[in-house]
Design a protein around this ligand. Sequence first.
Ligand code: AMP
Ligand code: ZN
Ligand code: ZN
Length: 410
Amino acid sequence: MKNFKVLLTLFLLFIVSCSESMKSNSSTNYLEPSTPLILISIDGFRWDYFNKTDTPNFDRIINNGIQAEGLKTVYPSKTFPNHISIITGNYPSNHGIISNYFYDPSFDEYYYIGAGSVAAQDGKWIQAEPIWVTVEKQLKRAMIMFWPMSDAEIEGIRPSEYYVYSDSPTNISRMEQLLKWLDLEGTNRPTFLASYFSIVDTIGHRYGPNSQEVVDSIKDVDDAIGHLLDGLDKRGLMNEVNLVIVSDHGMVDTPADQIINIADYINLDDVVTIGGGPFMEIRPNGNDIETIYQQLQNIEHTQVYKKDDFPAKFNYSNNDRIEPIIFIANEGWSIQKPGRNPSPGSHGYDPDYKSMDGIFIARGPAFKENFKGPVIQNIHLYEMMCSLMNINPAQNDGSLDETKVFLKQN
Ligand code: AMP
Ligand code: ZN
Ligand code: ZN
């Protein structure tokens, strides 16, 4: 019996370690790597969070590198659409990940995110080329410890090394993994490395952007970045790699008394609703789009649009995954079904609200030093990153010209 228990424990440990272990790709004839590029995302790190507390390690990047006034998100200002725009250079209607949660009529399936999501690990959902596929196709290695959809096979290609998404590994261990990958030699060494922190977003939702808890989470991430910088220093790599740190969107207070109850305006039996909070998409059960649209007209703190009339500035219309009616709330307001309350902080609003801006800071041989530049749109980073790694970009909506102001040679 005792032996059985020991065996069972070992078996369970094996299962847990498998689910969090690194996955590797098969052998290809890789070329010599280019100057490595490290891309890190800090989910939900609003453009002005650096002003909330001392961030000595972020300062090591900003003072020796560049800082944009902000990073403009794409609509909707949610995690997956923006992470996928950053690594494909496409607007969501062109890369297909139009929200964190949506319906595809041809698959007759819903896309959803989170640790354990099957859809988020399935490459059939993405309609543009991620940068790690661009890199691997050109026979350089990509190694990623968490980035939305980096654990999916896309066009038959995966990063040379990657992890299936999990919330549990510590922030420091993620940076430690990047350093270990940089220790690889010759054609085993990666050209593109990426990682991701979720803590600042999670805490921002739970306690609101003005909480002490958010300040603490900023300090946590600053410590992890310090670990990465110390590791680069120790290896003599500080000026041999380009390091880019971004976030996907900002965060705003969403008070519990700023709610629009959708059931006050339409009969929920007549529609399918998708999402909630900063926006809700609506699919009438019959064909009566007009009636539902009229019922949602002139409601304070909201705007309603038919898909085809959604303002052009959002670049959000030509995809079957977008529903016929888009109902959006003004900053800080939440569209909810009865009995649902917003969390203290949220995002997903019109990217024109400054509170939705993320960050773009960087340092390394390609970047100017001690340079502050303008807000740029996140769709332009793909072209910039391809240029830094000396690889040819795939089709995308961005432009290299937009980021040249931050680069030494422009
Ligand atoms: P949001 O709801 O827009 O705030 O999304 C943030 C959430 O996205 C995180 O809390 C994670 O649960 C989830 N997430 C982040 N990266 C991944 C990933 N690579 N795979 C699946 N889910 C993820
Ligand atoms: Zn996010
Ligand atoms: Zn979030």
